[in-house]
Design a binder for this molecule. Structure first.
Ligand code: SAM
Length: 269
């Protein structure tokens, strides 16, 4: 899911989302809650539950400034803004997702607290020391130069600020089941091991507060992967092509140790 595989006009994006909402019995003319949208807009292993767990671990203050990198449809940003009350900036590479995120912000009445920036994680369009928290879920798998990524995250964080993430990491065995949700073929998958990730973060001056492998917990949970929703229910297939195969391959890769799911919190010194 590095980006949408097809590109739509802004109008098509809105139509896809509005149709998906109506088919799931939601009325876009009424104010929607972030929780109602969760099956559609948390594009990562573990879905809403994984976001809620990361949020609880990060303990974000209401006056904090938060940056969500690779925000997708900004489901996590709405969860954070709604439950904490803080301001969230989102950086997202895909213009299509930016458009969808802006629509969902309006439908939930959260557009005043969330700003969507179309841009790249590698060139964050912010001044140094702007944010208290940088949040990133299931994005780094598409970014080869993780050293440069972590350098820029450290740059935009304030001293003492936290980088909280969920990320797929390389397991002891190479990936062999493609397409995966983040990579149609091997060349698109940029995984490093947990040890390499830690070393790269420490090199940029971060202090480790948490780095845990949540693969087994997520495999044991019924919402383990981004499985397609049953007909008539809201789900990621509003946007993602070939979701059933990608989700099955992700699960198999986790089960066979080809990938590991990591959660981490690193503090800027
Ligand atoms: C699996 S989705 C996760 C979306 C969101 N973080 C979530 O968990 O719901 C990966 C997202 O990262 C975005 N992305 C990939 N590479 C990026 C980059 N270099 N800069 C910004 N966004 C990027 C993709 O467009 C996509 O929206």
């Amino acid at each position: 899911m590095s980006s949408l595989e097809r590109h739509y006009s802004a109008k098509d994006i809105e139509m896809r989302i509005l149709t998906g909402l109506r088919m799931a019995g939601l009325d876009p003319e009424q104010r929607l809650t972030p929780a109602q949208l969760a099956p559609l807009d948390h594009f990562h292993t573990g879905g809403l539950r994984a976001s809620e767990e990361l949020l609880a671990l990060l303990q974000i203050a209401p006056d904090a400034r938060v940056l969500d990198i690779g925000a997708g449809l900004a489901g996590a940003a709405r969860l954070i803004a709604d439950s904490v009350g803080c301001q969230v900036d989102c950086v997202e590479l895909s213009a299509d997702y930016c458009c969808g995120a802006a629509l969902l912000n309006r439908l939930t009445g959260l557009e005043d607290r969330i700003r969507i920036h179309e841009g790249c994680a590698r060139e964050l369009p912010f001044e140094d020391a702007t944010f208290d928290v940088v949040w990133m879920q299931n994005v780094g798998m598409n970014i080869a130069d993780k050293g440069a990524l972590y350098r820029d995250i450290a740059r935009v964080l304030k001293r003492g600020g936290k980088y909280g993430f969920q990320e797929m990491a390389a397991g002891p065995v190479a990936c062999s089941h493609f397409p995966l949700p983040w990579a149609s073929e091997e060349k698109d998958s940029c995984l490093v091991s947990a040890q390499e990730m830690r070393a790269l973060l420490l090199k940029q001056g971060f202090v480790e507060e948490l780095l845990e492998d949540t693969s087994d917990a997520v495999l044991a949970s019924p919402a383990a992967s981004s499985t397609p929703a049953p007909a008539g229910q809201l789900g990621l297939s509003v946007f993602v092509d070939n979701l059933a195969l990608k989700a099955a391959n992700a699960r198999r890769s986790l089960e066979e140790g080809q990938v590991r799911l990591l959660r981490g919190i690193f503090r800027k010194r």
